[in-house]
Design a protein around this ligand. Structure first.
Ligand SMILES: [Mg+2]
Length: 194
């Protein structure tokens, strides 16, 4: 069986370095707490196309990637799980950024993530709901920062957890399905793998 984690803002803290990159480029001063919604266009006033293009450029810039660190507790949790199970990363990043994703995950969690699955293709034109993927793979555990993905996964009967971020903190979800950080999965991992 397999445990599945989203990459951006779940395993890897990519959003603040991205904002730093964008602020420098555009002379703005946004920080992550300005983003109380997933709709980046609404917050920044930039078009979806421009943001999408910049995000892909950023995620494939190997210099920028050196500024990305891992989520609190993630190494510990990934190490714990990898003693028992395979770990996949499931991302909405475009497959054109596969090399960047592999490089990043290999730097943060060397040898621990056995597969990267892209839920989207053709720059967002095609999209398979993550809930559908994790259900099909019979994931023992799924963690993401997207309320929609977690809500749909819970509805499909998947053991899913939402990691709290400014853009999902007001969403209604059972308290026991929220994580402040990945350390909070310790008990759940003991339960699953004992
Ligand atoms: Mg994410």
């Amino acid at each position: 069986m397999v445990a599945i984690f989203d990459i951006d803002e779940t395993l890897a803290m990519t959003f603040t370095p991205f904002l730093t990159y964008m602020n420098k480029k555009n002379g703005t001063s946004f920080n992550r707490f300005d983003f109380t919604t997933y709709d980046w266009s609404a917050v920044t006033g930039l078009s979806f196309e421009d943001l999408f293009k910049e995000h892909i450029t950023f995620l494939n810039d190997f210099d920028e990637m050196s500024r990305i660190y891992s989520e609190t507790g993630s190494e510990y949790i990934i190490n714990q799980i990898s003693a028992h199970d395979e770990i996949y990363a499931l991302t909405d990043r475009d497959p054109s950024g596969k090399a960047g994703a592999e490089y990043l995950l290999d730097r943060l969690f060397p040898g621990k993530i056995s597969k990267i699955i892209h839920a989207t293709s053709d720059f967002g034109k095609y999209r398979t709901p993550k809930a559908e993927i994790v259900k099909k793979l019979d994931a023992k555990l799924f963690v993401d920062d997207s309320f929609d993905h977690i809500k749909q996964s819970l509805d499909a009967g998947v053991n899913a957890y939402l990691i709290t971020r400014p853009w999902n903190k007001h969403e209604g979800i059972p308290k026991e399905r929220r994580l402040k950080n990945l350390f909070q999965l310790s008990k759940e991992i003991d339960r699953i793998y004992k």
